[in-house]
Design a protein around this ligand. Structure first.
Ligand SMILES: *[C@@H]1O[C@H](CO)[C@@H](O)[C@H](O)[C@H]1NC(C)=O
Ligand SMILES: [Zn+2]
Length: 300
């Protein structure tokens, strides 16, 4: 158990034996030596330093990095581009009983954008401070998880462990923009069917302590686009039935629904995964013009 990084909300603890129980792993492996620990951290830093920021992630570099690691672990590798320039890297550790369904450990390679001027350290510098915290975009979401899988495989292999079930690791693109050209295409493919997957571990919450919480559930995104129309008018005049007023009616009813769902969570009656979350992601309104109050909001 090593503390690795801590940047605002991005902090993780690497748990090397994350899925040991899934693999019915019984031989405890010895703790990594100081030297092994620093190699684990170096590999993690190397991954973090690849700028896989949306909207133009460097997937060439991340693919190369993952393939190099996979080779060092003697894993079978496959790179699939369902959409050109959006590679999925799939690694396989074949099980001893091929009739059994497999385990899939998924992580995405892309990260959300960052503004380096607002960071204490460069978002792709993977700087380590004196407390051992690593600062980087993706340190939590979710390059840490991909590397935990890799390091767990490394330790299990080193201990002589042989899984009964085949184990797959998938590194997928574009999760941060919906995953349509990544995991979604994989899930619909024969490649996936042939993998005969029984259980998948995917993204969760990083843990700042020794406890690794497991979450399960299924959530479906639904993008609702509301277009409000109304009477046009000069910005210096008051008039009824403006587009903005009409939009407010929708926003207000959604806001009430949101509050009612959130109240259930706040009251401890429902878990976060048991309610419907609604968030306004984007608001575009008005026509910029020199007249008054025409364009009160952008990107709200
Ligand atoms: C990451 O790469 C993108 C696209 O090449 C670039 O626009 C962005 O500035 C880079 N981010 C940082 C923090 O270097
Ligand atoms: Zn994520």
């Amino acid at each position: 158990m090593e503390k690795l990084c801590n940047f605002n909300h991005e902090f993780i603890i690497v748990h090397l034996l994350l899925f040991a129980s899934l693999l019915s792993f019984t031989n405890p492996t010895p703790s990594p030596t100081q030297d092994e620990q620093s190699q684990i951290i170096s590999r993690f830093q190397e991954y973090l330093r690849i700028n896989t920021s949306q909207p133009s992630p460097d997937y060439k570099k991340s693919t190369q990095f993952i393939l190099t690691l996979a080779e060092s672990l003697s894993l079978e590798t496959q790179v699939i581009e369902f959409v050109q320039g959006k590679p999925l890297v799939i690694l396989k550790w074949p099980g001893s009983d091929l009739s059994l369904p497999s385990i899939l450990l998924n992580s995405h390679t892309d990260v959300v954008p960052s503004e380096s001027s607002k960071w204490d350290y460069h978002p792709f510098g993977a700087h380590i401070d004196e407390n051992g915290n690593i600062f980087a975009r993706g340190s939590q979401d979710m390059k840490c998880v991909g590397m935990q899988y890799m390091e767990a495989v490394r330790r299990l292999k080193a201990s002589g462990f042989q899984p009964k079930r085949s184990l797959y690791l998938s590194f997928v693109p574009d999760e941060e923009i919906g995953g349509h050209d990544g995991l979604e295409k994989l899930a619909q493919s024969d490649v996936f069917k042939n993998m005969n997957v029984d259980i998948i571990l995917d993204e969760g919450l990083a843990s700042p302590n020794e406890n690794y919480r497991l979450f399960y559930g299924e959530r479906t995104p639904w993008w609702l686009v509301i277009k409000a129309t109304g009477a046009p008018g000069h910005g210096a005049k008051l008039y009824d039935n403006s587009a903005m007023e009409n939009l407010f009616k929708s926003i207000e009813s959604i806001r009430r629904f949101r509050a009612s769902q959130f109240d259930l969570v706040k009251a401890g009656l429902k878990g976060e995964g048991e309610v419907i979350s609604v968030n306004m992601a984007f608001l575009k309104a008005g026509t910029p013009s020199p007249t008054l109050m025409q364009n009160p909001w952008r990107n709200g």
